[in-house]
Write a protein that binds this ligand. Sequence first.
Ligand SMILES: N[C@@H](CCC(=O)N[C@@H](CS)C(=O)NCC(=O)O)C(=O)O
Length: 199
Amino acid sequence: MTLKLLLRGPSPFGRKGTFSIAHLGLSDRVDIGVPDDEDSLRKLNPLAKVPALIIEDGTALFDSRVILEYLDTLSGGDKIIPVETGARFAALRDAAMADGILEAALLVTYEGRYRPDQTPYEPWLDFQRGKVQRGLAAMSDTPPAATPLTVGGIGLACALEYIDFRKQYDWRPEFPALVEWLDSFNAVHPAFADSKPSD
Ligand SMILES: N[C@@H](CCC(=O)N[C@@H](CS)C(=O)NCC(=O)O)C(=O)O
């Protein structure tokens, strides 16, 4: 049976899934689609967030971290989540950091989107941008390898291009090492550009 990955628009967490599917050669086993509507998404994932992966028995897996683990398992394991303990927890820690950066960036965007009639609350935005800044500083010091690719590198690449897209933080002048990292990531993984969402 074909599995189905549900996501919406430019979701950076969804892109972690679409790129991993391509990278792992699973495109013939996983369809990509959008939820029918808000109600059907809530039935699949009570948190009503994307991505969600509908598996063989009809249940939905979430969130993106669990989905990437499932995709890794589906492709035999030890592909984007190393089995060896040291490498495994380094990759999972990088992935958690990248997700945290993304979550903070998303909250900056949501502050404008979900409170459209109010002046954005700057201390809250600064609080979230601080997480983005410190997270990127840490990842700039010790970036995940672009190859062999792990969930850490996937998360960081998705986070950087999402911040480029929504412009929550002007990271490029401050972190030239990450600019270089992202360039080399794109050179080594041409499928990453193909996974770029359109708005
Ligand atoms: N931790 C979740 C985050 C997912 C997430 O925040 N998705 C956003 C879109 S990028 C969403 O569905 N937002 C709608 C909401 O927060 O209700 C994951 O890794 O999948």
